[in-house]
Write a protein that binds this ligand. Sequence first.
Ligand SMILES: [Fe+2]
Length: 139
Amino acid sequence: MSFIKWQEGFLTGIPEVDAQHQRLIETLNTLHFLLKHGGSHEEILEILRFLDNYTVEHFGTEEDLMEKADGKFPKELRERHLREHRYFIDKVQEFHGVFDAYRNGEQEREAILKLFAFLSHWLCEHILKTDKETASYLR
Ligand SMILES: [Fe+2]
């Protein structure tokens, strides 16, 4: 588990999407900070709630762009992209449920560490592969 350093390699060339990605990474880094410095249950819950809403908003932006550009890029890519988004939303909700079930303690910490590792890994992979591949058809 580590802090995610923003890198040029994350840029898709679509300013709105890039700004949202930056915000998502900042959010994960805030979560990282809270875990490292013993953030309270309420503080962590607030970050999870923000993530729930912000991912829906962000994925909506990308999905609208794909819809507007329909015909410009492979159907397979669009379907795969939507599947990946749904998977992430499900995962965030699943972790949210796990988190709600615990109160401050070792179990909670373990669940959140898993959440952080999963979210970080997924987001970096998704941006570097699927979002960049999609952006190459949208720019
Ligand atoms: Fe995406």
